[in-house]
Design a protein around this ligand. Structure first.
Ligand SMILES: Nc1ncnc2c1ncn2[C@@H]1O[C@H](COP(=O)(O)OP(=O)(O)OP(=O)(O)O)[C@@H](O)[C@H]1O
Length: 357
């Protein structure tokens, strides 16, 4: 590799990189032919927006070199399969499972889960979402798929419902909304595990699971029995939500599932008229909580009418307003999640993780 090019690539520093691109082994080709530089990268975690930054920052530097007058960038993803908590068996075709959880209902767990799943996809990954929220399965409405039902080609397995490239399954596709509310205890956790296992998931780098809110028996049984890689806790800034978020972290600790971090939703309100930011539910709580439990504050999402309106029409903001500042926030948080998962985890061979039906 040309030493000057190498130096420029080595010097690219970013919060998603704990090693530089060369140490990570991400540069698969770096070749100059007739002043034409070709750089091929292979990344083990979803990284598309940082790749765009890399190009923007380093291309002008590379073009200043005498030996280069054109730069051609390529990226491909071979997302690493990371060791699951408690060495559980993998679900067929799924590399990594991320549980999105909240100690308390109504904090925006499902809204965040669906936008993050779509944002992970935009970051270059193959993604699915499982709505395990038995109390109020809202993902079908948020994806605009509430009138669809999974097919059962062999009367045992289900084909997931595809929406915006996401593979989804939900208890909401299978029972009517009123029926879902009466599910209790072992029956609910058993049904959810069955949905997870009996869905014919396509090959997925990440499956996002929208967990039922709370920290009771159902949540504990699920956390224990799903081969989760790591959990993310959603909270709002109110004291009451933060107290419950603590219970969530404690629950995951109890079953040895690492908490990747906390996302604070409805963090502040942006005035539609003057753009003023107001922390109506209080300030600093999630940051303090993350510090106290030695985990990260992965991001803060404002209270914003557009986020709710987009979900109500079945087109989450990441799809309906992909260039908005709110979508940028979701991309950033998704990038943080993918990189944190990789750096905190231990890569294992995918063929060990995969089992056949
Ligand atoms: N940042 C936000 N700005 C505006 N509205 C939001 C925001 N986050 C969530 N909402 C709205 O708040 C309501 C509750 O959100 P959501 O269903 O995601 O919460 P939840 O924690 O999953 O709830 P439950 O525990 O009942 O399943 C929804 O109408 C959603 O559109």
């Amino acid at each position: 590799m040309n030493t000057e090019v190498k130096k420029i690539l080595e010097n690219f520093i970013h919060s998603t990189l704990q090693k530089n691109l060369l140490e990570l082994g991400a540069i698969k080709k770096c070749e100059i032919v007739n002043h034409h530089l070709t750089i091929n990268l292979t990344m083990p975690f979803a990284w598309q927006s940082t790749f765009e930054e890399l190009k923007k920052i380093t291309t002008p530097k590379l073009l200043k070199l005498n030996s280069v007058n054109e730069v051609d960038w390529h990226i491909e993803y071979k997302i690493a399969t990371l060791k699951r908590a408690n060495n559980q068996n993998a679900i067929n075709n799924i590399k990594n499972i991320i549980a999105i959880s909240s100690g308390k209902g109504g904090v925006g767990k499902s809204s965040t889960a669906v936008n993050l799943a779509l944002a992970l996809q935009k970051q270059g990954a193959k993604v699915g979402i499982l709505d395990a929220d038995i109390y109020g399965p809202s993902i079908p409405t948020m994806l605009g798929t509430e009138n669809q039902q999974p097919l059962t080609p062999d009367n045992k397995h289900m084909t997931p419902i595809m929406a915006y490239g996401l593979a989804s399954n939900s208890i909401g596709y299978l029972v009517d909304p009123n029926g879902a509310m009466v599910w209790r205890g072992p029956m609910a956790s058993k049904a959810l595990l069955q949905i997870l296992q009996d869905t014919l998931w396509p090959e997925l780098d990440y499956l996002v699971i929208d967990m039922p809110p709370g920290t009771g028996d159902i949540q504990l049984t699920l956390a224990q029995n799903i081969p989760v890689t790591a959990a993310v806790i959603i909270t709002t800034p109110q004291d009451i939500a933060l107290i419950d978020a603590k219970k969530g972290i404690t629950m995951f600790n109890k079953v040895n599932i690492p908490t990747l971090g906390i996302i604070e939703n409805m963090s502040y309100h942006i005035c539609e008229h003057c753009g003023h930011h107001e922390a109506i539910f209080g300030e600093g709580g999630a940051k303090h909580l993350a510090k106290q439990y030695q985990t990260k504050l992965l991001g803060q999402i404002p209270l914003q009418k557009m986020l709710r309106q987009d979900l109500d029409t079945g087109k989450p903001t990441v799809i309906n307003h992909p260039d908005s500042e709110f979508s940028q926030l979701y991309y950033q948080i998704a990038g943080n999640i993918a990189s944190e998962l990789y750096w905190q985890g231990e890569a294992i061979l995918p063929d060990i993780a995969f089992k056949t039906l």
